[in-house]
Design a protein around this ligand. Structure first.
Ligand code: AMP
Ligand code: ZN
Ligand code: FE
Ligand code: FE
Length: 292
């Protein structure tokens, strides 16, 4: 069983359409895939239909942009009802923040003498609700300003670079409660990754667990072997679910191929058990796991 629980499609900043992501997962020999676009469930329907035509098991999820103690935290929310009002309201606010950041980034780039327009970014974002820095990067590639996304982040868009603009992120503690209220299960993505929570320790993770956190993503490209060992032992001490995933973005991110990290089947079973329990307690209508 090969299980990859964190991937992106064109519904946010991946480069594969949701159906193409599902086909790529089958080609990569995966048995279970979670689609987890940034701050949106827009890719779920297309991915579910594509998965139903294959044997692939599909877990609908999303990666919510949150903030905790001033730092960015990416929270994977699996099997949530995206219409649960407290969650929907936060997502709407994050998406509004993403949209209003585009003109600010364009104007910073113009100030650097780069001839880029909001329309260039809109074309690169191609209808996604979750426009982000990767779409600005793609527009810069199209314009011939940089050769690839990585260079665009290194020169202009990364933290501390001249066209970096901050945006709204949902408060983590409220989002943890909203995910539980929406009938889902939550996992902190790349908790010790670059630009993350500042390496939350066992005590911090225990506090977040008390607010409803289900698990942590241990096996991720941002974590070296030592970080993985230490996070795994924290998860074991606290009884948190341990996941592993590629954080695949299609051509948009190198060294993140589908299945490059995977989740153990026992851990997926624990995650789904929690989701079943929260769904029942919430009374919400949550999405089905396709081919469960
Ligand atoms: P945003 O959510 O718009 O602030 O953009 C952050 C997203 O950009 C991350 O979730 C990654 O998907 C992507 N990203 C961050 N750094 C890089 C990089 N160096 N190269 C390509 N993509 C990146
Ligand atoms: Zn992304
Ligand atoms: Fe992330
Ligand atoms: Fe991601």
């Amino acid at each position: 069983m090969r299980i990859d629980l964190h991937t992106h499609s064109r519904a946010s900043d991946g480069t594969d359409a949701p159906a193409a992501l599902v086909r790529a997962a089958v080609d990569a020999g995966l048995d279970v895939l979670a689609i987890t676009d940034h701050d949106t469930s827009d890719g779920w329907a297309e991915a579910a239909q594509a998965a139903a035509e294959t044997g692939l098991t599909l877990v609908p999820g999303m990666e919510v942009s949150t903030r905790h103690r001033g730092r960015s935290v990416h929270l994977l929310a699996f099997l949530v009802d995206p219409t649960y009002p407290p969650l929907a309201a936060e997502l709407e606010q994050v998406l509004r923040g993403r949209a209003s950041r585009v003109p600010a980034m364009v104007s910073r780039l113009n100030g650097l003498g780069i001839d880029i327009t909001e329309d260039d970014v809109r074309r690169a974002a191609d209808g996604t609700a979750a426009s982000g820095r990767p779409h600005v990067a793609d527009a810069l590639v199209t314009l011939g300003v940089v050769p690839d996304r990585t260079t665009a982040f290194d020169r202009y868009l990364g933290w501390g670079r001249p066209a970096h603009v901050d945006r709204y992120a949902a408060p983590l503690e409220e989002t943890l409660r909203a995910v539980a209220g929406a009938g889902g299960a939550s996992v902190i993505a790349h908790p010790w990754g670059r630009g993350g929570l500042g390496r939350p320790d066992e005590a911090t993770l225990a506090e977040l667990q008390a607010l409803g956190l289900t698990g942590i993503e241990v096996d991720h490209q941002d974590h070296d072997a030592d970080a993985r060992d230490r996070l795994r032992s924290i998860a074991q001490n606290l009884g948190l679910v341990v996941t592993g995933a590629s954080d695949y973005h299609g051509d948009g991110k190198v060294d993140h191929d589908l299945g490059c990290n995977t989740t153990h089947p026992d851990e997926l079973a624990r995650l789904l058990e929690v989701a079943d329990r929260t769904a029942a307690a919430s009374g919400r209508v949550t999405p089905e796991v396709v081919n469960r």
